[in-house]
Structure formats: structure tokens, C-alpha cells
Design a protein around this ligand. Structure first.
Ligand code: GDP
Ligand code: MG
Length: 303
């Protein structure tokens, strides 16, 4: 008789900001767990997303996009991505097929991925946006890099789900026999509080666009379920300067009101219940430059 074995392992999602890492993870988990935005870098820490089947468990790590370090926050994010790779059994490198293999991909390939001792998948994403004729040219762009071992090329649309099943099958094949690391019904290692913060940050980015780049931190100060089933949440949006505070508030508070409405709708979907969301804007000077402040906002290295 054929005893069924159980396979498990960690898979790191690597790629430039906006390649579609969070979209892929949401597609794999079948839920909108992780903030996805047209603006890069909503994701500041690694997030574990857990794909679970009877005979498989893959713990995916959605890492912050790899950038050249410019300040404390960027350095922190690059370190996080490198750390994710160190812990991983498999690496999935997402390449935006619309942009192709650019200087940034070349940087990632030579600095981060060239000497991996684990299987590497080069997943060309967003194929729904390209002409199939372009595929051979895209594949060619990967030639000339010294990979050891060489990557397995795969074509997907994280958004539509095309090729994602195939990717999962191939990742599973690389994994070794092992136990479940997390309970089968657990989707993520993160708390609901964390996802509330992600959602508020995403809505703020969408509302404010160019006006507020990285200098925004969101912290949930209170989250309580009341007896009538309503969840009351109080969150603070921290900005660096008074001028930014005025931007976040908007004319007569219009911007923050809109952020609140949009965020509440999505939090209600996530929690599957009514939500009362209260948002505050506070100035906390130059938090981005200070590692201790990073830590205070929860960007710890011990999670
Ligand atoms: P991340 O920074 O790598 O996590 O990228 P996101 O997952 O946040 O995605 C960035 C943007 O690309 C979002 O607007 C997504 O909707 C979009 N996107 C991601 N995957 C696909 C895809 O397969 N096709 C298309 N057309 N858009 C995608
Ligand atoms: Mg992301």
C-alpha cells in the first residue's frame, strides 16, 4: 500500500515593489488578506500566508519589495527580504512582465538570488497584460545571469489566477516530507489588528496618492468587540509634519473621512460584521529616520 506523505516548507516571495507579490499571496489563500495597491510598498514587514491542503503545507512569506537602501526604513525592508530567503526552502521571484527584466531585476538577480542554495522559480507575472508573442523575448532576458541552481521559468497572472495552480504544484514538488507548522485553518501568522493597519494604510495611500509617500504609519490603539457584535476600532495615523497632517485630514476633514469610509467597508468584510472605525491623525516628527521609532511602531525584527 502507498502511504501518503505530508510535505511542508517555507517559500519566499521576492521581487521589486509592485511585481504582484501580495496579489499572488491573496490569490493562493483565496482571500484578500494582504493590502494590494497600485502604489509600491504597502507591505513593510514580512507576512506569512499559509497554504494548507491535506498532504501539503506551504508557508509563503510576502516580503517587502527589494530596493536600494536609502534610509533606515529601506535598509530594514531589504534586511527583512534577505532574512526571508535565509529561512526559505524555495524562492519565488516575481517579475512584472509588462516591465520585463529591468536594471532593478538585474540588481536583485546578482545581489540576492545568484547564490541561493534552494530551488528558484522565476515567475513572470501579469501575463494577462502582455501578448503571448512576447514570451520568448522575456525568457531570453533571463539568460546571462549566473544562477545556481538555474531558475524554473513559469508564467502567471496573480490577479486572474492563471498558472497559479501550476506554480503551487511545482513548489510542492520541491518540498521535502515534513509536518504542518501551523494549524490547518490558520491563514496567516498575523493578527487582525495588523490587517486593520494594513487596510487603513492602503486606503490612505489610495486617497492621498503622490501627496504622502512613505511617511505614514498606522497603529490600532484599541480594538474591541462590543456585546451587540459591533467591533469598535480606534486607529492613529502618524505623520512627520503638521503640513502632512493637514493633507491627511483634507479640507474640512474630507480626506480622512473618505479613508475611514473605505477602510471600514473592507474591515467589515474581513471581520464579517459591523465596524465602528475612529481615525486620528497625529504628528510624530521624523519617525522614519529613527530605528527606535520603527521598532516602536511594530517593525521589529523578532516577529
Ligand atoms: P507587490 O508590491 O509586489 O506586493 O505588488 P501588489 O500585489 O501590491 O500589486 C501591485 C499592482 O499590480 C496592483 O495594482 C495589482 O492589482 C497589480 N497586479 C498584480 N498582479 C497582477 C496580474 O497578474 N495582472 C495584472 N493585470 N495586474 C496585476
Ligand atoms: Mg506587497
Amino acid at each position: 500500500m502507498n502511504e501518503k506523505i505530508h510535505k511542508s516548507g517555507f517559500a519566499a516571495l521576492i521581487g521589486r515593489p509592485n511585481a504582484g507579490k501580495s496579489t499572488l499571496l491573496n490569490q493562493i489563500l483565496g482571500t484578500k488578506l494582504i493590502a494590494v495597491t497600485p502604489r509600491p510598498q504597502t507591505t513593510r514587514n514580512r507576512i506569512f500566508g499559509i497554504y494548507d491542503r491535506e498532504d501539503t503545507q506551504i508557508v509563503f512569506q510576502d516580503t517587502p519589495g527589494l530596493l536600494e537602501p536609502k534610509d533606515a526604513l529601506h535598509q530594514f525592508m531589504t534586511r527583512e527580504a534577505e532574512r526571508a530567503l535565509k529561512d526559505a526552502d524555495v524562492a519565488v521571484w516575481l517579475i512584472d512582465s509588462i516591465k520585463g527584466v529591468t536594471a532593478r531585476e538585474r540588481g536583485i538577480a546578482t545581489n540576492v538570488l545568484s547564490n541561493l542554495s534552494i530551488p528558484l522559480f522565476a515567475a513572470f507575472n501579469k501575463i494577462d497584460k502582455i501578448n503571448p508573442d512576447q514570451i520568448p523575448a522575456l525568457e531570453k532576458e533571463l539568460e546571462g545571469f549566473q544562477f545556481d541552481p538555474p531558475p524554473t521559468k513559469i508564467f502567471i497572472s496573480a490577479l486572474l489566477g492563471h498558472g497559479v495552480g501550476n506554480l503551487l504544484r511545482q513548489v510542492t514538488e520541491c518540498l521535502q516530507e515534513g509536518p504542518k507548522f501551523y494549524p490547518p485553518d490558520q491563514l496567516s501568522d498575523r493578527t487582525q489588528r495588523f490587517f486593520v493597519e494594513e487596510i487603513v494604510r492602503e486606503k490612505a495611500f489610495l486617497q492621498l496618492r503622490q501627496e504622502l509617500p512613505y511617511s505614514l504609519a498606522v497603529r490600532v490603539e484599541e480594538m474591541k468587540e462590543r456585546e451587540n457584535g459591533l467591533t469598535a476600532i480606534r486607529a492613529v495615523l502618524f505623520v512627520e509634519r503638521e503640513t502632512q497632517k493637514r493633507i491627511v485630514l483634507g479640507k474640512k476633514g474630507a480626506a480622512i473621512k473618505h479613508i475611514g469610509i473605505e477602510a471600514r467597508k473592507e474591515i467589515e468584510t474581513m471581520l464579517d460584521g459591523k465596524v465602528f472605525l475612529e481615525l486620528w491623525v497625529k504628528v510624530s516628527e521624523r519617525w522614519r529616520k529613527k530605528e527606535d521609532r520603527l521598532r516602536e511602531f511594530g517593525y521589529t525584527e523578532t516577529t
